[in-house]
Design a binder for this molecule. Structure first.
Ligand SMILES: Nc1ncnc2c1ncn2[C@@H]1O[C@H](COP(=O)(O)OP(=O)(O)OP(=O)(O)O)[C@@H](O)[C@H]1O
Ligand SMILES: [Mg+2]
Length: 316
């Protein structure tokens, strides 16, 4: 039976502004050169990446009763994601305003996305008949961070497989992930997040991302760590399996980690060897940076099979 994935977490648009984006207060008016309103959110981008790779995928999240909420749902549906569990609640939809220059500044309103509860996620698991549950950006959804372990434990007990990409904790407290570890099949942090998460396990601050990944893996899951242009690695028992990123022309790295997750999970859910999962993930992440926004350029299955196959031998 092929997997039916439910992604739970954030759902919002990104308003990406380019040009003279460093604000000068005192009522100064500045010219932009470009403004684009595109699908954002780790969960939304990951779900879109999975759909593009042919995976049967739905998203459970909360948006507000406004234009941004409607647009978020419409873009998800256009990307092939089942958005029937993206319900609208009173209030504003979350929004990220991205001031994009050589560097980036991101201003985020969590809005309605923060109201999602684990009971609502569980109801969606049951209604959609999901066989895999992926949690994304769980620090942006307080109930997921507080009670994610309970939700994941319930999912596992019902026979689902599970994965988590916490992303950054804007409060920098990093609470809640430790309890999730025994209920997770795959944990997908980036290198900085891996160190922060491992530092909260009680054994002190790990020296580097590999040490952090080993600590996190000792709690249960396969740990796959993303490291931007340096690629990624997975801790598999004593082994560290590495994969390089593709040498691509970088347009925008927004959501690269979420597209990476989609590539990894697609291969992993098909039972493919770890080296293939990493190769597919790396190709999916690298291709995503060649387009603007998180879903401007996401890999197809043909691209993963073609480029990924040639990379498997190089990945360890
Ligand atoms: N500069 C780059 N060149 C090539 N590939 C890249 C680059 N940056 C990211 N990638 C690809 O994307 C993957 C994930 O990148 P990254 O480490 O930025 O994840 P992340 O921090 O979780 O991203 P996100 O901002 O989506 O949360 C990398 O492993 C690589 O495959
Ligand atoms: Mg990330």
């Amino acid at each position: 039976m092929s997997a039916r994935v439910l992604v739970a977490g954030d759902a919002n648009l990104d308003l990406v502004l380019r040009g003279d984006v460093r604000p000068r207060f005192g009522q100064a008016e500045q010219y932009l050169t470009d403004a684009a309103l595109v699908l954002g959110s780790s969960a939304g981008i990951c779900a879109s990446g999975l759909a593009r790779l042919g995976v049967d995928v739905g998203l459970v999240a909360r948006v507000g009763t406004d234009f941004f909420g409607e647009r978020t749902r419409a873009l998800l549906a256009a990307n092939g994601v089942d958005a029937s569990e993206v319900a609208a609640v009173p209030g504003a939809t979350g929004l990220s305003v991205i001031l994009s220059d050589a560097d980036r500044s991101i201003l985020t309103l969590p809005g309605a996305m923060a109201t999602l509860t684990i009971e609502q996620v569980w109801d969606a698991v049951v209604r959609t008949g999901a066989t895999h549950l992926h949690l994304a950006s769980f620090f942006l959804v307080p109930d997921l961070a507080a009670r994610g372990a309970e939700l994941l434990g319930r999912a596992r007990a019902a026979g689902l497989t599970t994965s988590l990409d916490t992303n950054w904790d804007p409060r920098e407290v990093w609470d809640g992930a430790a309890g999730c570890l025994p209920h997770l099949d795959v944990l997908l942090p980036n290198a900085t997040e891996a160190v922060e998460l491992a530092a909260r396990l009680g054994g002190g601050r790990p020296a580097d991302a590999v040490a952090a990944a080993r600590l996190l893996a000792s709690g249960g899951p396969l740990v796959v760590v993303k490291d931007g242009g340096d690629g990624a690695f997975a801790v598999d028992g004593e082994q560290v399996a590495r994969v390089a990123s593709l040498p691509v022309e970088v347009v925008d790295t927004t959501g690269a980690g979420d597209s990476f997750d989609a590539g990894f999970l697609t291969a992993w859910l098909e039972g493919r060897p770890l080296a293939v999962c990493l190769a597919w993930a790396s190709v999916a992440g690298s291709i995503s940076v060649t387009g603007a926004g998180g879903t401007g350029r996401q890999a197809t299955r043909e691209e993963l099979e073609r480029a990924g196959a040639g990379r498997v031998g190089q990945s360890r």
